[in-house]
Design a protein around this ligand. Structure first.
Ligand code: GUN
Length: 293
């Protein structure tokens, strides 16, 4: 069994990006600038956005964090997005999800300039992805592809089962794994809450990508020998023995599933750090688009 070490690979990618940033600086050009908007004070979201900002510093990007209160109106958020769309200094930005209930997520995602949409959530970019056109691929699916690529995991002709159909992970992942190319060319089954007898499906999978958010959902009995397991789950579970009072748990029963799998991502240290690395990569791409490089 091989651990798909997202922490290591994401560090490699960040080092590669830092080299690119140095080249930009050496030419006397402006470094990439990523902004993030966070609305409200959800602990997990604040942690994720904090990690994104820290990663920008690490590779030499400029970053701007826009914190808005939990009672922010939809109009106020849309105005802030317009401001970032029009700010030529900012190459790309994200609006951290989820948003408070008074704000319509779809309206927000539509308001982001597709050329600055480094999350790849705007329908224009999502459509381009589905049509194999050059675009911003959402960071988590992009990170999973990169991890499979760098470990040389074969996806062609394999049966990939995706668990969960979220717009951020499951749905784009199912499209990307079925695309022509590498990684891709898989036969994909997208499973969700209405799927019947999921074990019958997962036990036929060569590759399982679980993005459900249910701790320890995927058990050893549900997979075949030598399956490739990608765990996208990041649920906070109370753990009084930890200084923070919680631990992060994936969708996969790692202790038992890892004994049967050929490759497996750990949680933490698997897909999570890859998401951040690929957001940086998209920001570098946004800068190139922005400057028509
Ligand atoms: N919430 C959970 N994952 C993500 C992500 O990749 N981007 C944004 N904007 N919000 C998220």
């Amino acid at each position: 069994m091989v651990i798909l070490d997202g922490k290591k690979v994401s560090n490699d990618i960040k080092n590669e990006i830092a080299v690119e940033v140095q080249k930009i600086k050496d030419k006397g050009e402006k470094v990439p600038h990523l902004a993030a908007i966070i609305v409200g004070n959800d602990g997990a979201s604040l942690t994720y956005v904090g990690s994104k900002v820290k990663a920008c510093e690490r590779v030499g990007f400029e970053s701007t964090l826009v914190q808005m209160s939990n009672t922010t109106s939809e109009i106020e958020l849309l105005e802030k997005i317009k401001e970032l769309n029009e700010n030529a200094d900012i190459d790309g930005f994200i609006v951290q999800l989820p948003l408070p209930p008074q704000i319509n997520e779809q309206k927000v995602l539509l308001a982001v300039n597709p050329d600055k949409d480094v999350d790849g959530f705007h329908p224009t970019n999502f459509g381009k992805m589905a049509l194999d056109m050059s675009t911003f691929i959402p960071a988590t699916p992009f990170g999973i592809l990169e991890l499979l690529d760098r470990y040389g995991v074969e996806t062609k002709g394999k049966h990939t089962v995706v668990i969960g159909r979220s717009h951020i992970v499951g749905r784009p992942m199912s499209i990307l794994m079925g695309r022509k190319g590498f990684p891709g060319n898989s036969t994909v089954t997208l499973t969700h809450s209405h799927t019947k007898n999921i074990t019958q499906i997962t036990s036929q999978a060569d590759i399982i990508i679980s993005a459900l958010g249910v701790p320890n959902f995927l058990k050893a009995e549900m997979i075949k020998d030598d399956a490739v397991i990608v765990d996208v789950g990041i649920t906070r579970v109370t753990d009084e023995t930890r200084p923070r009072g919680y631990k992060i748990v994936g969708d996969v029963d790692f202790a038992n599933v890892s004994k049967k799998a050929s490759y497996i991502t750990p949680v933490p240290g698997g897909v999570g750090p890859m998401t951040i690395a690929m957001l940086l990569k998209n920001t570098l791409l946004a800068r190139e688009r922005h400057n028509n490089i």
